[in-house]
Write a protein that binds this ligand. Structure first.
Ligand SMILES: Nc1ncnc2c1ncn2[C@@H]1O[C@H](COP(=O)(O)OP(=O)(O)O)[C@@H](O)[C@H]1O
Ligand SMILES: [Mg+2]
Length: 360
């Protein structure tokens, strides 16, 4: 167990409660909301996809809200899953603190409004976001995403799960983030992410590419040229965020290692943006990395989908065509480090069989 998991377990086993907002803002009494089921007449729609919570779109006195309700028993066994509801209430508390301060509120305008949350009752009531998943990757959306993620990092919060189901675009075309089950505290001036200094691989743009962009490009079946154009658009905005981050790290005397890492990322993206060939080179390396990481996540959670199969096929094809480029570019890391092309082919064929077995 890591430090955070220990603290969350301790909190969960104590009698303490964590409440965000005030009961007066609740459309119904908190106790009543906690007893909500899909059959209640104020429930408009139910989202059952979550392993640790149910989400209800509710309407009371003509006003729409979102009610996230903790399942009595999480359907996931791992600790992070078990504490993800508590984690989310903790993050809602952090965000409402920022939103209540007029100086910081604008930085968090793309974070959902929490109306009321009560950990012991197992409820989070939020504004209902009328909107859709991302259907087009635009500069505006990327600016909103990365500036919000940087604002989160500056207050010491690192988001891991930037999947399509956790990103909504509202009717005004604005991005909204609303699921913080896997957003963890970290020391932004001392550490790369919430794993401390041990895994520099993980950062905000990597998370977006791994959890969203790589799968999205596969699903939409874009041509290589179209994919590269989108990748370029994303990287342009990621670069702006990295430059802002470096400025902030500099101004706040961050640890040199942390500054150097951001600087290296800046240079990597600048190089990629300098020519089509270099852009394609980085695209190959980063998409390979993202697929590899996401395949491991899905296998670990035994939660594979048809996209996971496509990811493994893509990885196999890349190993076939670009093995040397991937090795020299540092894309063979962790379990893939120092392995031969034949060994990796064998590994990923075995993973492919597992992915087929673990289809949800
Ligand atoms: N505030 C909201 N407004 C509109 N839809 C929401 C809101 N919160 C959640 N949803 C919908 O419910 C789904 C599940 O919610 P989420 O908070 O991501 O829970 P889970 O833990 O199950 O992933 C989302 O993918 C989204 O479609
Ligand atoms: Mg979610």
């Amino acid at each position: 167990m890591n430090q955070r998991q220990k603290q969350q377990q301790e909190f969960d086993q104590s009698e303490q409660n964590l409440i965000v907002g005030s009961e007066q803002q609740c459309p119904l009494s908190p106790e009543q909301l906690a007893m909500t089921t899909a059959d209640c007449d104020y429930v408009v729609e139910t989202f059952e996809s979550g392993l640790t919570a149910q989400v209800f779109h509710i309407r009371i006195d003509g006003q729409d809200y979102t009610l996230k309700k903790k399942r009595p028993q999480a359907k996931v066994q791992n600790l992070d899953g078990q504490y993800s509801f508590l984690n989310e209430v903790q993050r809602r508390f952090d965000f409402q603190t920022q939103k209540n301060n007029p100086n910081s509120a604008p930085d968090f305008q793309h974070i959902v409004e929490t109306i009321y949350a009560n950990y012991r009752l197992g409820i989070i009531v939020s504004e209902w976001i009328e909107g859709t998943p991302i259907v087009e990757i635009t500069d505006d959306l990327m600016v909103e995403l990365f500036s919000t993620l940087l604002a989160c990092e500056r207050i010491g919060l690192f988001e891991w799960d930037l999947c399509s189901g956790n990103l909504l675009v509202n009717e005004q075309g604005q991005l909204k983030l609303f699921d913080f089950g896997y957003m963890y505290r970290f020391e932004p001036l001392q550490h790369f992410n919430s794993n401390g200094l041990s895994a520099p691989l993980f950062d905000a743009s990597e998370r977006f590419e791994t959890r969203f962009l790589s799968g999205w490009l596969l699903e939409k079946e874009y041509s290589q040229k179209e994919s590269l154009q989108l990748f370029k658009a994303v990287k342009r905005q990621a670069l702006r965020m990295l430059e802002d981050k470096r400025g902030w790290l500099d101004a706040n005397q961050a640890k040199p290692e942390v500054i150097e890492r951001v600087q290296a990322s800046i240079e990597k993206v600048e190089t990629a943006l300098s020519s089509d060939a270099k852009l394609e080179h980085l695209f190959t390396l980063e998409m390979f990395r993202s697929h590899v990481l996401d395949i491991e996540d899905d296998l670990e959670g035994k939660s594979c989908t048809s996209t996971t199969i496509k990811r493994v096929q893509f990885v196999l094809a890349m190993l076939e065509q670009h093995y040397n480029l991937l090795r020299e570019g540092g894309a063979l890391f962790y379990q893939n480090q120092d392995k031969s092309q034949a060994q990796l082919r064998e590994d990923y064929l075995r993973k492919k069989a597992l992915v087929v077995e673990y289809q949800l």
